[in-house]
Design a protein around this ligand. Sequence first.
Ligand code: ADP
Ligand code: MG
Length: 154
Amino acid sequence: LYTVELVLENEAAMIRFAEDIALALAKGDLVTLKGDLGAGKSTLARAIIRTIANDDFYEVPSPTFTLVQSYPELRLPIAHTDLYRLSSPEELDELGLDEALESGAVLVEWPQQGEGVLPAPTIAISIDHEGDGRRLTMEVTAKAARRISRSLGI
Ligand code: ADP
Ligand code: MG
């Protein structure tokens, strides 16, 4: 497991980071996004999806109530899920994330809610407040390390 830590001073920096991550993503990648309410999980997920869509205004509705929003039409199909309202880990099976991983990549906000059922992430991101910006800690599996480090230029 490789750990990368970086400070993103503002939302624009967060979006640039998301663009780099998005271009490195591949079929089968599971990206988890941890952080308190307002940390920037959805900002990051939305920017990843818009980069893959190659459209800055691509509609990315919040998956808070539907639990999952799917984008099967993208070059790399994406399933974006927010497990905050998951009532039991078993409910995860109904979201179709296993199938989504077979055809594309999956982004999961609040992965803690699916602990024990959710597969191991390829990229695990934690976001914390740091001043007016954010500190981002990212753990990457060996499988994705080269792609990610190349894309981030580190
Ligand atoms: P979450 O999904 O984690 O609840 P959101 O993405 O909905 O959080 O909201 C995050 C808020 O923080 C947004 O208002 C966004 O503009 C802001 N934000 C995102 N990234 C940064 C950053 N790196 N520095 C400062 N503010 C940020
Ligand atoms: Mg959110």
